[in-house]
Ligand binder design. Sequence first.
Ligand code: 5AD
Ligand code: SF4
Length: 478
Amino acid sequence: MSKVYIETYGCQMNVADSETVASILKKSGYEITEDMHAADIVLVNTCSVRENAETRVYGRLAVFRQLRKANPDVVVGVLGCMAERVKEELITKQGVNLVAGPDSYRTLPELLAKSSVSGNAIDIELSTEETYAGICPTRLESNGISGFVSITRGCNNFCTYCIVPYTRGRERSRDAKDIITEALDLQERGYKELTLLGQNVNSYAFKTEDGRQKTLDRRQETEDGTPNRRRETGDTRQETWDFPRLLEQVAKEVPSMRIRFTTSHPKDMSDETLRVIARNANICRHIHLPVQSGSNRILKLMNRKYDREWYLNRIRAIREILPDCGITTDVFCGFPSETDEDHQDSLALMKEVRFDFAFMYKYSERPGTYAADHLPDDIAEEVKGARLQEIIKLQGEIGLASNRSDIGKTFDVLAEGSSKKSKVQLYGRNPQNKVIVFPMEDKRPGDIVSVKVTDCTGATLKGLQVSGVGYQVPASRG
Ligand code: 5AD
Ligand code: SF4
């Protein structure tokens, strides 16, 4: 039996996609291995969002070329966003045998067969329909505690800097019943947390095919081929599903799990979604709401479709409806024509919102985007670097203050593993998505533990177990 090794770069969506790939290949008789050197096939699932994400993959491809030198029968394949963006060049210049874009994974068994006959194979066709319906992902590299379920694929927003709409194609929402089946599958496997994934989860919109009432069908087989024996209830009643409805239904279907979701686009972040979180105790109090810039002029050039005032209004709604909600963001500096004043607007917005955490970047021009074609990448590298340092420094202070303000509070923490620094300590995350380290005592990964915060750094909270306070997920039924 051929063995496949899969390496994954980039966002959580890629992790979820690799699990879909593993499931497709297992069904076709391949075995998944975690040992690259034992593999007949090496697949790397890739990211194109910034240049350095691609540089990292090119470095790995050099390693895989060495692997093929030692054993020419090994097949090396590139999947995901770089497959879609770089195309044939991966074969002609990088010594890769197989190139498959994000919508081509069903054809992987044929592509592998073709590459073994003719040396290489490529399929980078994007689809307006492929949602990998009916494929239950094989959980890879997983801690068995926290899993992903993708709810949409692709993106229609065309932010001018972003390559994703070109590499992942048009936005499609997955069938609500597939999403619920995957959630139930995770629950049956003993998972304690799931994250609903999409480039813009808030725009989830699914219509049942015939437009009539349709009953959720739990007869889809689970990964190992055994029928899923869940009760066959839960008719959809309405024809259309939006995100708040999906979120609430998932929360109710898997009451023993904590629910997270990412990423939310500020333009579509509705009060209704916030109210769904508020009335379901097993939905985590955390919203990742990428702002990208605090300058209205830059937001317009970015085609983000909201302005600073709209964004701040959404933050106010979150704070009002969910007072204990963690708020995190993505922000980047050095977008074409960004002035110091624009940059100051970003800093001022960060000070005003006081994000608990932020992913912070420098603008990276992506060939093929609107910005690359129309807006010169005119901010000097030193200026980008200096602005990023200012952003990182400010967020460091705000993040530390946010962590300090948690000292004395008690959180329900889902333990995920033992701490890297000490075997007698566990680490986990609270609903706000902050990492907390605490003494293990009698608890194990997978347990929900009541932890009182006693200390912190900028990156982590430290705490002690306290008994009897924590709720057991859920308190949300009914
Ligand atoms: N340059 C820098 N950052 C980018 N992002 C997306 N495209 C680019 C780019 N061309 C960032 C955005 C997005 C996150 C996933 O990556 O902040 O939210
Ligand atoms: Fe890219 Fe904008 Fe779509 Fe996010 S919403 S994936 S930043 S185009």
